[in-house]
Design a protein around this ligand. Structure first.
Ligand code: FAD
Ligand code: SF4
Length: 500
C-alpha cells in the first residue's frame, strides 16, 4: 500500500517535537475575556510548516470534513508565499480564522497525520490560524473584495461584488440560520452565482460562534471579519427573522426563493430532570452563555444584561459547553467546580480547553453524579447532592458507563449551578413545517450525501440534521448541500426550459 510505504520511508527519523502554541499566563487570563491562545509568530509558523512531510497521499486531507488541501497551504507557507497559502486555504474553507481556533483538529486532520504515528502530528490548526490571521492583518480577504481584486475560488480570482451583480442568475436561495453550517453553505452558493439571503433569528449572525463560544476563545473581531467575508461574496444577512414564526417557508417561496438550506442548529438545552432544578441560581448553559456572550453581561454596566454568579459555582457536564461555562463563571469572579460523572479521559471537550480550564483554576470533580439540588428558605440553590461513581462497561458512545456507588451521597455547597449536559435541535422550524420528516431526536431526516430532506428544494445540515456537534462537521454539512442545491436548481431550470 502506497501510504504504508510512504510512512515507512520516513520512519527512520523520529519527527522533531511540535512547536507549542503560546498562551497567556493562566493567572492573568483567568481574570478577563481576552483571547487565551496567542497563535504562532512567523518564525514558529515557518518552523512548524517545515515539519510537514508533504505526503503524496496526505491522510490529513481525508480527515478534514471540508477537504482543505493541507499540504498545499503548508507548502506555500513554508516558502513564505503567504497570499498563496491564503488562497489554497480559502478555496475550501470560508471560515479559516474560526476553524483555526475552535475545531477539534486532534480528532480530525491531526489525528490521521502520518507524523502522529511516530510522535506529534503537524499543528495543522495552529498553521491554519496563522494563515487566516496573516490574511486579516495584511488586508487580503475581505479587503481584496472591497478593494475590487476579488475573492478567490477554485484557483481563480472571482469578479468583485459589483461586477457580479449581473452575474447572479436571478435565482434566489434562502439559508436559515447563520452558524458555521449556514455561513458555509451561503458562501458556496454565492460562489455558484446565486442570490443568497441568510435569515437569522438573533440580532447578530454567527450561531454558537457568537452566542455560545466566549470571546476568550473566539474573539468577535475574527468572527465579524469572517462574516464580512461571506457578505463580500454577495450574501445578504437578515437578522431578527424567526423562520417558522416571523415568516414561513411558503411565504418565502412566494417571495421567489427557489431552494432552502436549513441550518438552525441545536440550541434547546437539556436538563437533568432531578429535584431542585427549578431553584433560583440554576441556569442552563445555553441561557448563561447567551447572557454572557451575545448580550455581553460581562461588560456590565456598559451592557445592562444581568447575570448572577455567586461565590461558588458548580458546572455539570464534560463537553465544550461545560468548559466554556466554567471558564466564564471563573472570569466573573466565582470559584468553579466541574462535576463530571466519568473521568477526564472520557470528556468530550477539546483536550486543549480542558487543559486551559484546569490551569486557570477550575476544579474537576470526576466520577460525580448529581442527584438533587438543595435550596435555602428563599428558594435559592445552596448545594448539589451527589453520588460517587465507578466506571462500568462501555455504553453506545464507546465510553465506559458511570455506575453510581450506593450510599456514597455527599453535598457540594454552591450559590450557582450551570447545567451543561447537552442540547437538542431547535424545534420551531420542523414544527412549523409538519410535512418535514424528523427523527425521534427531533433532527431532520436528510440524505447524508446531499443534505436533501423529504421536501423538494429543502436541504438541511449542521446540528439540526446531524449529531457530530462540531464546527467543522457543520461546515462540511454546508458544503455538500450547496453543491446539491446547485445541481437541483440546474435540473429545475433545464426541465423548465425543455417544457417551455
Ligand atoms: P448553530 O451554530 O447552532 O447556528 C444555528 C443558528 O440558527 C443560530 O444562530 C440560531 O439563532 C439560528 N436559528 C435557529 N432557529 C431559527 C429559525 N427558526 N429561523 C432563523 N434562525 C434560526 N464545536 C467545535 O468544533 N469546537 C468547539 O470548541 C465547540 N465549542 C462549543 C461551545 C459551545 C458553548 C457550544 C454550544 C457548542 C460548541 N461546539 C464546538 C459545537 C458547534 O458550535 C456546533 O456544532 C456548531 O455551531 C453547529 O453549527 P450549525 O450551523 O449547525 O448551528
Ligand atoms: Fe503528511 Fe501530516 Fe503534512 Fe498532511 S500534515 S501532508 S499527513 S505530514
Amino acid at each position: 500500500m502506497a501510504r504504508k510505504t510512504e510512512a515507512a520511508g520516513k520512519k527512520r527519523e523520529k519527527p522533531e517535537p511540535r512547536n507549542p502554541l503560546p498562551r497567556r499566563d493562566p493567572k492573568e487570563r483567568a481574570r478577563d475575556f481576552e483571547e487565551v491562545a496567542l497563535g504562532f509568530d512567523e518564525e514558529a509558523a515557518l518552523a512548524e510548516a517545515r515539519r510537514c512531510l508533504q505526503c503524496k497521499r496526505p491522510t490529513c486531507v481525508e480527515g478534514c470534513p471540508v477537504g482543505v488541501d493541507i499540504p498545499g497551504f503548508i507548502l506555500a507557507l513554508k516558502e513564505k508565499r503567504f497570499a498563496e497559502a491564503v488562497r489554497v486555504l480559502k478555496d475550501r474553507n470560508n471560515l479559516p480564522g474560526i476553524c483555526g481556533r475552535v475545531c477539534p483538529q486532534e480528532t480530525q486532520c491531526e489525528e490521521v497525520c502520518v507524523l502522529a504515528r511516530q510522535g506529534d502530528p503537524v499543528a495543522v490548526g495552529a498553521l491554519e490560524r496563522f494563515v487566516a490571521d496573516w490574511d486579516r492583518e495584511h488586508g487580503a480577504g475581505v479587503l481584496s473584495e472591497q478593494g475590487g481584486r476579488g475573492a478567490v475560488a477554485g484557483g481563480k480570482v472571482l469578479p468583485n461584488r459589483r461586477e457580479r451583480e449581473g452575474d447572479h442568475r436571478g435565482v434566489k436561495v434562502a439559508v436559515i440560520g447563520s452558524g458555521p453550517g449556514g455561513l458555509t453553505a451561503a458562501a458556496d452558493l454565492a460562489r455558484y452565482g446565486y442570490r443568497v439571503t441568510i435569515f437569522e433569528s438573533l440580532h447578530a449572525p454567527g450561531g454558537v460562534l457568537r452566542y455560545g463560544i466566549p470571546e476568550f476563545r473566539m474573539p468577535r473581531e475574527i468572527l465579524d471579519q469572517e462574516v464580512a467575508y461571506v457578505e463580500s461574496l454577495g450574501v445578504e444577512i437578515e437578522t431578527d427573522v424567526l423562520v417558522g414564526k416571523t415568516v414561513t417557508l411558503d411565504e418565502l417561496r412566494e417571495e421567489g426563493f427557489e431552494a432552502f438550506f436549513v441550518a438552525t442548529g441545536a440550541g434547546l438545552p437539556w436538563f437533568l430532570h432531578i429535584p431542585g432544578e427549578n431553584l433560583a441560581g440554576v441556569y442552563s448553559a445555553n441561557e448563561f452563555l447567551t447572557r454572557v456572550n451575545l448580550m455581553q453581561a460581562y461588560r456590565f454596566p456598559e451592557y445592562r444584561t444581568p447575570v448572577r454568579v455567586g461565590k461558588r459555582t458548580a458546572v455539570i457536564g464534560g463537553g465544550n459547553t461545560a468548559m466554556d461555562s466554567a471558564r466564564s463563571a471563573l472570569r466573573l469572579g466565582s470559584e468553579v467546580s466541574l462535576l463530571y460523572r466519568r473521568t477526564r479521559a472520557e470528556m468530550p471537550a477539546r483536550a486543549e480547553e480542558v487543559e486551559n480550564a484546569l490551569a486557570e483554576g477550575v476544579v474537576l470533580r470526576e466520577l460525580t453524579i448529581p442527584v438533587r439540588m438543595l435550596g435555602d428558605k428563599e428558594g435559592h440553590v445552596r448545594a448539589v447532592e451527589c453520588l460517587r461513581a465507578e466506571l462500568g462497561e462501555p455504553d453506545a458512545s464507546g465510553r465506559r458507563r458511570p455506575v453510581a456507588v450506593e450510599g456514597s451521597e455527599f453535598d457540594v455547597p454552591v450559590d450557582t449551578v450551570i447545567v451543561a449536559v447537552s442540547q437538542s435541535p431547535n424545534p420551531l422550524l420542523p414544527r412549523s413545517e409538519p410535512d418535514l420528516e424528523t427523527r425521534k431526536d427531533g433532527r431532520l431526516v436528510v440524505n447524508p450525501e446531499t443534505g436533501e430532506t423529504n421536501m423538494p428544494g429543502v436541504f438541511a445540515g449542521g446540528d439540526i440534521a446531524n449529531d457530530a456537534g462540531t464546527v467543522f462537521a457543520a461546515m462540511g454539512d454546508g458544503k455538500r448541500p450547496a453543491r446539491a442545491i446547485h445541481e437541483y436548481l440546474e435540473r429545475k431550470q433545464r426541465a423548465a426550459s425543455e417544457s417551455g
